[in-house]
Design a protein around this ligand. Sequence first.
Ligand code: ZN
Length: 226
Amino acid sequence: MAIAAHPGDAIFSMGPAVAQHIYNGGSGVLVSLSLGEKGARTVTPAEYGQMQREAMNKAAKAIGAVAEFLTYPDAEIPSGDRIAYEVCDLIRKHRPRVVVTHWQGSWHKDHQNTFLVVRDAIFYGGLNAIKRDLPAHFASRLLFAENWEDPANYRPDLYLDITTVYDAWIKACEAFPMWEGGNGKFRYRDHYQSLAVMRGTLAGCKYAVTLMKDPGERGPVLRQLG
Ligand SMILES: [Zn+2]
């Protein structure tokens, strides 16, 4: 399960890992906490929000994932228990083993709050003593996706070969007009395509993405050193 502040983050940054997981026989959910509706200059937020929702549904379908939306206002995604319980309910509904989200080292407040919300939602999701409509489920692994807006102290701990799903992922990204960039907008396509190539060179494959482990995650247990 990918949990993103905005639909673009869910597919551009977290999407390749989800697509690879689905390709390998798993299932995937792309959660957006807002519609990212304030990101257009020439279209009203209401219209742009609808466009973003349609693009996200199309993109999710292209990689075989399910899209879920919480429609908190773009640029005003809160932290706190109300939103954390809503995300907890989505975790209990879909029962993911792995959650991918934003790293906290972001200059974007929506991304920072998403980091905080996901941390609490995983905790609440796994607690039997917290009664919600659905039974508890603990998502046992938390990972952070590489994102141009979340660079502070990001550490590429894991390299994931995404070569087999690269074309499907690009097609999914193309559902979003903002993917192309230009006219003063960030060049998403150039950035994330180049990053996949660059990470691939380091991983020894054609295309790769990196993920950061939760700093609280314990390391592997070794039986012996050599
Ligand atoms: Zn974002």
